[in-house]
Design a protein around this ligand. Sequence first.
Ligand code: 4HQ
Length: 243
Amino acid sequence: MKIDIITLFPELIETYTNNGIIGRGVENNLLKINYVNLREFSEDKHKKVDDYPYGGGPGMLLKPEPLYNAISSIKRENSYVIYLSPKGNLFTQQKAAEYASYEHIIFIVGHYEGIDQRIIDMFVDEEVSIGDYVLTSGELPALIITDAVARLIPGVLGSMESIVEESHSSNLLEYPQYTRPEEFMGHKVPEIILSGNHQKIKAWRELKSIELTIERRKDKLIDIDSKEIEKRCEKLDKIIKRG
Ligand code: 4HQ
């Protein structure tokens, strides 16, 4: 997979993708991340890339011509063009999995008040938002999506980091985890975790995941019959309490 990021501040994001797990994935040729400096595509002698909005209003917009030139320089038959904006479709793990199968993703990173609508209408396949808050620019959203997508590319996560996301628990929040020492400032690790009984530990973890999801994120469970959840909890409870 190749990811192109059209931005005014390539150096701002390069540091992140050159390091850590993503950096290793790039080094191992599992994905390619390329930066396109929008300023280099300005036709203006002052390298101007922004202008005032027609009709008035606050802030500046990115002009269409440099964006068109930048997109044209990299767009291929199989490119998927994403514009980051709070108006977009909400980015989720499901979307990350979908994007991970694409051959080429182009991110258009806006600044100021955004970009000329005609670029969105003519060249953008999807407007995507990372959440309901307003940022100063699209660099962080592009990085966040790149990060979530990259870790799903086979081989990017090493055996140390890789977690097999079991289909039945993928919609649940993660269970609590503990490491040494057994007792920390008077607080003990739950006994069952130390029991060595893997079946019981597995059941306890799933039960904790379900409880936590009901407590914090009921919205993740709307597609599941609450009777089914109840039955599952009873079954897990029986395993945990078995003699
Ligand atoms: N932006 N999810 C870029 C966002 C945003 C978001 C605000 C996008 C500023 C220029 N992007 N514009 N939330 O807050 O993706």
